[in-house]
Design a protein around this ligand. Structure first.
Ligand SMILES: Nc1ncnc2c1ncn2[C@@H]1O[C@H](COP(=O)(O)OP(=O)(O)OP(=O)(O)O)[C@@H](O)[C@H]1O
Length: 253
């Protein structure tokens, strides 16, 4: 069975960093893993050390243009197999995991037909893996349109601010309204310091959020940021990597 884990949260809280750390840890543990970048504004590929990737958005635009042309180049083409081969071409094979970038938001017009095809392709693709980690945007767009249908664990990343926690609470409310299949919701507090730790625990309790981890503000990440080193190369003994190990265990791996 594939385990699907989506990471979301307010921009700047470290959502992409948490996704990258989880991808790093689980792929090192030998899980056959697909990483999906489902946030048009994010930088997951760079954080993982991967550049110049194509996106599913480009493949969708190609098919959309073809089917809305008054005279398509090839009216008999099998649209599903064209989209499928394009999506599979886009998958980037990285050492230890595969990467798929969803890319830009769609243009104007109705994409229902293309999205329907994509939904079926994504369902089958996801089933090939042990674990799928999705870096998702706070609006959970791909889930509301059901491009990615089922999520086992939704992890909301927040920083040590009341606003970050409020966003987490709003995401929980949004999930209740979504007609998607989401199993469990967890919260990870990121960039935690000795000074704010107690207050964060209380805040999570007050808002009835299930906190599965507190990742410290890690000087090693700050140093790598300045030097432009991808987070994927973080050493195992850095404080953030150690906390990720404990979070992964709490997730039942
Ligand atoms: N625990 C941490 N300690 C130190 N720095 C961190 C930590 N987590 C993340 N950062 C840094 O904080 C910055 C923002 O993180 P990141 O890009 O992951 O945020 P994000 O929530 O994905 O934002 P966006 O949605 O805008 O991409 C990055 O420079 C990242 O390296």
């Amino acid at each position: 069975m594939t385990r699907v884990i989506a990471i979301t949260g307010k921009g700047g809280t470290g959502k992409t960093a948490v996704a990258a750390l989880l991808i790093r840890y689980l792929s090192k543990k030998g899980k056959f893993l697909l990483a999906i970048d489902a946030d048009a504004d994010t930088n997951l590929p760079e954080t993982l050390g991967c550049e110049d990737v194509k996106s599913v958005g480009d493949a969708k635009e190609y098919l959309q243009a073809e089917i809305t042309k008054p005279r398509p180049d090839n009216p008999d083409m099998n649209k599903e197999s064209v989209l499928k081969s394009k999506v599979y071409e886009i998958i980037e094979e990285m050492p230890g995991y595969d990467l798929l970038v969803m890319g830009r938001p769609e243009g104007s017009g109705c994409y229902c037909y293309v999205n329907n095809l994509l939904r079926g392709i994504m369902d089958k693709l996801i089933m090939n893996y042990d674990v799928v980690i999705i870096d998702a945007e706070a609006g959970l767009e791909h889930f509301s349109r059901k491009i990615i249908r089922d999520i086992d664990d939704l992890i909301v990343v927040t920083d040590a601010s009341r606003r970050g926690f409020r966003t987490a609470e709003r995401i929980r409310e949004l999930v209740d309204e979504l007609d998607s299949n989401i199993g469990r919701i967890h919260v990870i507090a990121n960039k935690v310091t000795d000074a704010n730790q107690e207050e964060l625990i209380k805040l999570a309790e007050d808002l009835k959020l299930n906190m599965i981890g507190m990742i410290p503000l890690d000087p090693k990440i700050e140093e790598m940021d300045i030097k432009g080193i991808p987070l994927f190369e973080i050493p195992d003994d850095s404080i953030a990597a150690v906390e990720i190990e404990s979070i992964v265990k709490k997730l039942g791996f």
